[in-house]
Design a protein around this ligand. Structure first.
Ligand SMILES: C[S@@+](CC[C@H](N)C(=O)[O-])C[C@H]1O[C@@H](n2cnc3c(N)ncnc32)[C@H](O)[C@@H]1O
Length: 240
C-alpha cells in the first residue's frame, strides 16, 4: 500500500526565486569622461528571459556613441526599449530632460529600479533627468497607450541596445517603435539602435522589418566596429 505521508515528505518544493541569481555586483563603467556605477551580474544566467541582468556589447557600443555625441541628448525626452540594468539610461540621465526606461521582465525591472535609485540618490549630482522605469512588452498596445497617456508629449528619442536577438520578437519591437514614432509625427522622433550582428538572418530581418513598417534605416557613418569578437553598428531609424 502507498504511504501518502511518506510520499509527500519526499517532495522538495522550490519557489521561482530558487532559480534566480540575484547576486548583483556594484560595477563601474567608463565612457569618455563619464564614470557610471550600477548593479549587474557579470555572467549570463541560463534563462533566456533573464538576458537583461547584465550589460551587453550593444550597450557598450551605444554608450560609447552617445558619450561622443552627447549634444543629441541635451534637454530631450527619451524612452529606452529593453533597458536591462539601465546602463544607457544612466549615461543619458546626465544630459536628457526626461527618461523612461522599459523592460518586460519583472526580475530585470527590479534591478533596473534599484539602479535608478542609486543613480538619483543625493550623492549623485550629475543626474539631471527625471528618470523612471515601466514595464513594456513589445507589441503590447495597452502598455504603450498607458505610457503615452502618462507622457502626453511622447519622446524625441527612442533608444535600443542589443535588443534584436530573437526572431519572434523583432516584428513586435518594430510595431512598438512605429507606434512611438507616429505619436510624435514625421521628423520629430528617431530610433537609435545599437545592433550587434550574431546571425545573417537577423541582419536581414532588422532591415526588412524597418522597411515593412515604413521606416528609413541608415547606418551612422563611422560606427561599424568590433565589440569584443562581434561586429556592431549604430542605425538611425525614422519614419519615411
Ligand atoms: C540582450 S538584453 C540587452 C539589455 C541592454 N539593452 C544591454 O544592452 O545591456 C535584451 C533586453 O531586452 C529585454 N526584452 C527581450 N524581449 C523583450 C520583449 N519582448 N519586450 C520587452 N523587452 C524585452 C530583455 O529583458 C533584456 O533586458
Amino acid at each position: 500500500m502507498v504511504n501518502h505521508e511518506e510520499e509527500e515528505e519526499d517532495i522538495v518544493w522550490l519557489d521561482g526565486s530558487f532559480f534566480i541569481n540575484d547576486n548583483y555586483q556594484l560595477t563601474s563603467f567608463t565612457f569618455g569622461s563619464h564614470v557610471l556605477q550600477l548593479y549587474c551580474l557579470h555572467s549570463a544566467s541560463t534563462d533566456f528571459d533573464l538576458t537583461g541582468q547584465l550589460v551587453w556589447p550593444g550597450a557598450m557600443l551605444l554608450n560609447d556613441y552617445l558619450s561622443k555625441n552627447a549634444e543629441m541628448l541635451q534637454g530631450c525626452s527619451m524612452i529606452e526599449l529593453g533597458s536591462g540594468v539601465g546602463i544607457t539610461g544612466m549615461l543619458c540621465s546626465r544630459f536628457c530632460r526626461q527618461i523612461l526606461l522599459t523592460d518586460h521582465n519583472e526580475e530585470v525591472l527590479k534591478i533596473l529600479r534599484r539602479n535608478i535609485e542609486l543613480n538619483v540618490s543625493s550623492e549623485n549630482p550629475s543626474c539631471c533627468a527625471a528618470l523612471e522605469a515601466e514595464k513594456l512588452e513589445w507589441g503590447n498596445s495597452d502598455q504603450i497607450n498607458r505610457i503615452l497617456h502618462k507622457y502626453p508629449g511622447g519622446f524625441e528619442l527612442i533608444l535600443g541596445a542589443d535588443i534584436c536577438f530573437q526572431q519572434s520578437s523583432v516584428p513586435l519591437l518594430f510595431d512598438t517603435v512605429e507606434q512611438l514614432l507616429k505619436n510624435r509625427g514625421l521628423g520629430h522622433c528617431k530610433f537609435i539602435l545599437a545592433y550587434v550582428s550574431r546571425a545573417k538572418m537577423m541582419d536581414l530581418m532588422v532591415i526588412s522589418e524597418a522597411t515593412r513598417h515604413g521606416m528609413l534605416i541608415n547606418e551612422v557613418a563611422g560606427t561599424r566596429s568590433m565589440v569584443g569578437n562581434l561586429e556592431g553598428v549604430i542605425f538611425e531609424i525614422t519614419l519615411c
